[in-house]
Design a protein around this ligand. Structure first.
Ligand SMILES: Nc1ncnc2c1ncn2[C@@H]1O[C@H](COP(=O)(O)OP(=O)(O)OP(=O)(O)O)[C@@H](O)[C@H]1O
Length: 598
């Protein structure tokens, strides 16, 4: 139990240290804030002494000059406090903005590097919450809570020192408040760390529903599920409010005790100090000064108290942010990885098996094949038979669990990822477009491509005529995720985008599924030309008979196994499964001519 508690505490405190260490990049700004803070403490600590001087030496002895002098110095101290306060908050804010900026960039760059498997398993909305709300919590901690705590500790130490010099007995009575309040706060932090983490997680969950809803709003409306979605969102929103209320209750249960403590101490000082003044052992000026210090010493304790929930919240947020920053990038370059430059066209799968992280069964089971230079391979199979998985392994979106994948005899893991992926042109099954113009979307991987080059690939993807029919042509703005384009148009744009890259291996993963048969055939003819001219090998995950017939070889997948390979004619004669699949396609798409009639 003790060990577990220790672990928990370690887990919550460490990220905060790490956040503070990241201030070292902005050390001069942080030092500026710290210096201002120290000067602010001096200016605050000196004021009660000026009071004491003014009362004891000025008012009590009827010396107007000293009263005026003390008032003048108090004025200077007040101006100093204002200036140092400004300097402290300005520099603390600047340093916190710097750290937040770096963290945002770091987490974004890590998100770019993390492997497909990480993104498969993580929730987009939780990532969004980490980049936005969690980093904001950390920034607020650096700009406000951290400064409050340092300020409080420095003030506490300085004032405790002054009080002890002034009257050690009275000082000891006063200072009893410090360990008691400290204990209450430490308890509060340990008990409620998990609660603050829970709030951030629930905020992420709430964002998840919002995000899913925004992405799927058309489905929601089509299925008339608005009220169900509303209920789902409201109940998550309720849960968030409940969690937030729990934190507020925790704060409410702790802070009244600290206030009570401070009030009791004020009374004790008044009673004991009053008796000392009557007994002639303490001057009125000293008691007034002491009382002012008492306020100054309670203020830091309360400030630490107010900062405590924010620190707990920031610790939970820092833990969540560093979880992403530290996540292992599974697919990375090996030491001494070499660039992939020329492709001879011999792609080999040697007993390749693959299981998706978290999956219970293998998506590929001991798949072996070898392609020949300039071959066009069609991959065919029932749904979920492993076709896309084969395509995912070649550019190393995932690494094979067993076996090896080679290009011209060299393991794909020996190449640098950047060179490997830039020489493999892939058109995914699902099309993602970015907001921007049609031209920008086509030239996504090659922003400097000339308009002629863009037009050339758009023609090959049978997109040019459509684009030219638009009032703004290639400069037409595409909505978010390609809103405003049909499914087939999006797919054709995705094909054009890939054709503009420096591919030498081309993979088309069912990328004309939303295009009508006639247009698909036109794209196919244009692609056939390009594939044979520019690629060393091409793979097409095929659904259409025309594609299958054009292929040099067909790989037939079934439940993760490569069950047959050969030409269309060969498979027609040898593989019953092949005939079944093709027949089912003919039924699905009446525009296709049954194979038996060809
Ligand atoms: N990211 C993933 N995480 C876990 N399992 C996955 C993932 N992607 C695919 N799978 C599983 O792997 C198996 C093979 O999927 P794959 O996408 O390769 O099939 P496919 O033949 O391309 O199917 P389709 O024709 O429907 O696109 C399926 O059982 C699928 O559920």
């Amino acid at each position: 139990m003790v060990q577990q508690a220790e672990l928990q505490e370690k887990a919550s405190i460490q990220p905060i240290w790490r956040v503070m260490q990241s201030l070292s990049v902005y050390r001069w700004t942080a030092i500026g804030a710290l210096l201002s803070l120290l000067l602010l403490t001096v200016a605050s600590a000196v004021t009660p002494q000026l009071f004491r001087w003014g009362i004891d030496q000025g008012i009590a002895k009827q010396n107007l000059q000293i009263v005026l002098y003390s008032a003048g110095w108090m004025m200077i101290a007040a101006i100093g406090r204002g200036l140092f306060n400004f300097g402290q908050s300005y520099w603390a804010e600047a340093a916190s903005q710097g750290v937040a900026y770096d963290l945002r960039n770091k987490i974004f760059s890590q998100i770019q590097n993390l492997s497909f498997s990480y993104h498969d398993q993580s929730q987009t909305s939780q990532l969004l919450t980490r980049v936005t709300s969690d980093i904001e919590q950390i920034r607020a901690f650096l700009s406000t809570s951290l400064i409050q705590v340092i300020n409080s500790v420095v003030t506490l130490v300085a004032i405790a020192f002054i009080l002890l010099i002034m009257n050690w007995k009275l000082a000891l009575i006063t200072l009893t408040v410090v360990p008691m309040a400290g204990w209450l706060l430490a308890n509060f932090l340990t008990r409620n760390g998990a609660l603050f983490k829970q709030v951030q997680e629930q905020l992420g969950d709430l964002n998840a529903i919002l995000q899913e809803n925004l992405l799927g709003i058309r489905v929601v409306k089509a299925f008339v599920r608005e009220s169900t979605e509303m209920t789902r969102y409201t109940s998550m929103n309720d849960a968030l409010v409940r969690a937030n209320m729990k934190t507020i209750r925790a704060i409410r249960n702790t802070f009244p005790f600290i206030f009570l403590l401070s009030n009791l101490v004020t009374l004790a000082v008044f009673g004991y100090g009053g008796a000392e003044v009557i007994g002639g052992r303490f001057s009125v000026g000293e008691l007034v000064a002491f009382n002012s210090y008492l306020l100054l010493i309670l203020q830091p304790i309360l400030l630490i108290g107010f900062a405590a929930p924010a620190i707990a919240q920031a610790a939970a947020s820092a833990e969540r942010v560093y979880e992403v920053v530290d996540a292992a990038v599974e697919i990375r370059d090996r030491p001494n990885a070499m660039p992939f430059e020329t492709c001879g066209g011999r792609i080999t799968f040697e007993n390749v098996s693959f299981r998706y992280p978290g999956a219970t069964t293998e998506a590929l089971k001991s798949v072996s094949f070898e392609t020949r230079p300039n071959e066009l391979i069609a991959v065919l199979g029932m749904t979920a038979s492993g076709k896309s998985t084969i395509m995912n392994l070649l550019p190393r979106f995932y690494d094979a669990t067993a076996g090896a994948i080679r290009i011209d005899g060299r393991d794909v893991r020996d190449f640098t990822l950047k060179s490997l992926r830039s020489r493999i042109g892939i058109v995914f099954q699902e099309t993602t477009l970015f907001s921007g113009t049609l031209r920008e979307n086509i030239a996504y991987a090659k922003p400097n491509a000339s308009l002629e080059q863009v037009i050339e690939v758009a023609k090959a993807a049978q997109m040019h005529d459509f684009i030219m029919g638009l009032p703004n042509g290639y400069e037409t703005i595409v909505g978010e995720r390609g809103v405003g384009l049909s499914g087939g148009q999006k797919q054709r744009l995705a094909i054009a985008r890939t054709l503009l890259t420096d591919y030498s291996i081309l993979i088309l993963d069912d990328s004309t599924s939303a295009v009508d048969a006639q247009t698909a055939a036109q794209i196919q003819t244009a692609l056939d030309e390009l594939m044979r001219q520019r690629t060393c090998t091409s793979f097409v995950v095929a659904q259409r008979i025309s594609t299958v017939q054009n292929a040099d070889r067909i790989f037939l997948m079934d439940k993760g196994h490569l069950v047959a390979q050969g030409s269309h004619q060969e498979l027609m004669q040898t593989s019953p499964l092949y005939s079944v699949i093709l027949e089912s396609q003919v039924k699905r798409s009446p525009s296709l001519i049954p194979l038996s009639n060809r």
